[in-house]
Structure formats: structure tokens, C-alpha cells
Design a protein around this ligand. Structure first.
Ligand code: 5GP
Length: 142
């Protein structure tokens, strides 16, 4: 296996998991952590990561999918309700060529409203007070 395929424990999301970096968290239990994306493609853009140290979909142990996707579903419901979204887009990018930039598995939960286009992936930093306010709305919707 080439080095680039090995999980790197100092990736940004691993550091958020260890509380070495701050994040606007909306959900955490023994299986997963969810927090707001700092460069949101939509207001309330949330990331759900497993606590397991895996780079992507292809590294996830098959028996870990059920518990993890149950958290993705639970957080999706809170994001939709808290952000008063009309729909959601769920996305996952696998490998650099697939668009992945942080190599710890995550699903993007993107609130959607009819006629509102998504912003570009990883384009512009959101104001901290906006992230804080959106995280509070989502946390209140569980
Ligand atoms: P990927 O491109 O790997 O699917 O998604 C990585 C996501 O992480 C991007 O949408 C990017 O905006 C977000 N991101 C990058 N650095 C940070 C960070 O330090 N904190 C948070 N909360 N999100 C980040």
C-alpha cells in the first residue's frame, strides 16, 4: 500500500476529534461527531465523521456502516429541521482525484432550498458568529 493511502492521525478532522482544534459541534456520541463546515457550500453545511480512524468509504469496516449511517441520518434530520431547509444533498468525495481534501471519512450534509444554488466546494471561510448561530439552530433541532 503506498504511503498516501495510509491514515494520517494528524489530519484536521482527527485533531478536531481529539479537541486539539475548535469546531462548531452539533452532535457527538461514541460512534460519530458532527460539526459545521468552515467553508460552507450552503448555510448549515454540516460534516459527519466516524470516530474510527478511516480515510474514506473503501477503508470503512463493513460492519461499521450501520451505526455510522444511522448517525448521518439522525444529524440530517436535525440539519433539515434546524435550518428550515426544503431538502438536503448528501455528498462524499473519495480520494484526491474524487475531490477529497481531508482524509478522514466524512459525509457532507447540505441544506437545500428551491432555486438556491450551492456555493463552491471549499471556497470561502464563513464568519464565526454565523457558524455559531447555525450550530445553535441545529443543536436545538435534535
Ligand atoms: P472534502 O473535500 O475532503 O470532502 O471536504 C473537506 C471539507 O472540510 C471542506 O468542505 C472544507 O470546507 C472543510 N474544512 C477544511 N478545513 C476545515 C476545518 O479546519 N474545520 C472545519 N470545520 N471544516 C474544514
Amino acid at each position: 500500500m503506498p504511503d498516501s493511502d495510509i491514515y494520517q492521525p494528524d489530519n484536521i478532522f482527527a485533531r478536531i476529534l481529539r479537541d486539539e482544534l475548535p469546531a462548531h459541534k452539533v452532535f457527538e456520541d461514541e460512534v460519530a461527531l458532527a460539526f459545521l463546515d468552515v467553508m460552507p457550500q450552503a448555510d448549515g453545511h454540516t460534516l459527519v465523521i466516524p470516530k474510527l480512524a478511516v480515510r474514506g468509504v473503501l477503508d470503512m469496516p463493513p460492519n461499521a456502516w450501520g451505526p455510522y449511517m444511522a448517525r448521518v441520518q439522525k444529524v440530517s434530520a436535525a440539519v433539515k429541521k434546524g435550518m428550515e431547509a426544503e431538502g438536503l444533498s448528501l455528498r462524499q468525495f473519495e480520494g484526491a482525484a474524487g475531490g477529497q481534501t481531508v482524509f478522514h471519512l466524512h459525509f457532507h450534509i447540505l441544506p437545500r432550498w428551491a432555486g438556491v444554488a450551492l456555493r463552491r466546494h471549499g471556497d470561502a471561510m464563513e464568519k464565526d458568529e454565523t457558524l455559531k448561530a447555525n450550530a445553535a439552530k441545529i443543536r436545538a433541532a435534535f
